[in-house]
Design a protein around this ligand. Structure first.
Ligand code: PRP
Ligand code: URA
Length: 209
């Protein structure tokens, strides 16, 4: 059974406030998303397995722990997920990166898949699926389905801001998935935007609009 984790570390909450602020420009927005993604990655990797090895310090022999070489895959949901990849890669540089291209049809709010490229050893990897926004949940549900269809056995979903509707949609469609959120917001508006949210994540990251 999956769990929902709201990572309310003060540094994350502080940075998230400036990410939300409409006066924050593209350059700063991008830097802050990158930083929050790295801070979240620190938490999401808390259960990574370790193994003991023997080393020699300048003083004596010692047993010490290292990561046991688990294979990680980072998968951004295009476009906005791209903004979170480098932050996670900073902490897990050996991870491979897949991509899932989805856009949300503005009328139906349903996700439309247009691109999928994953590492070829999908079944052996632990995946971290990243997207700044979890609104209706349609995109995340579809991306998780897409990963599972291709053989993924272990998936965590990580987003900056979620609406309760999106969390419920993942829990219903994929009850096995752990969800990591920096800010759990109030609701969606009639256009499917998160309230208070941050606006359109892709547009703010890439300066489009
Ligand atoms: C945004 C966001 C999510 C999706 C969330 O992407 O990055 O992928 O909306 O909405 P949902 O939970 O209701 O599916 P968008 O469709 O705007 O595409 P873009 O990143 O290419 O701009
Ligand atoms: N996608 C966004 O970029 N922002 C929202 O508030 C909802 C979906």
């Amino acid at each position: 059974m999956g769990n929902v984790f709201v990572i309310d570390h003060p540094l994350i909450q502080h940075k998230l406030t400036f990410i939300r602020d409409k006066n924050t420009g593209t350059k700063e927005f991008r830097e802050l998303v990158d930083e929050v993604a790295a801070l979240m990655a620190y938490e999401i990797t808390r259960d990574m397995p370790l193994q003991e090895i023997e080393i020699e310090t300048p003083v004596c022999k010692a047993k010490a722990k290292i990561l046991s070489g688990k294979k990680i895959g980072i998968v951004p949901i295009l476009r906005a997920g791209i903004g979170m990849v480098d932050g996670v890669l900073n902490l897990i540089p050996a991870a491979k990166v897949g991509h899932i291209g989805l856009y949300r049809d503005p009328k139906t709010l349903k996700p439309v898949e247009y691109y999928v490229k994953l590492p070829n050893d999908v079944e052996e990897r632990d995946f971290i699926l990243v997207d700044p926004m979890l609104a209706t949940g349609g995109s995340a549900v579809e991306a998780i389905t897409s990963l599972k269809k291709r053989g993924a056995k272990s998936i965590k979903f990580m987003c900056l801001i979620a609406a309760p509707e999106g969390v419920e949609a993942i829990k219903e469609a994929h009850p096995d998935i752990d969800i990591y959120i920096a800010g759990l917001d109030e609701k969606l508006n009639e256009k499917g935007y998160i309230i208070p949210g941050l606006g359109d994540a892709g547009d703010r990251l890439f300066g489009t609009k």
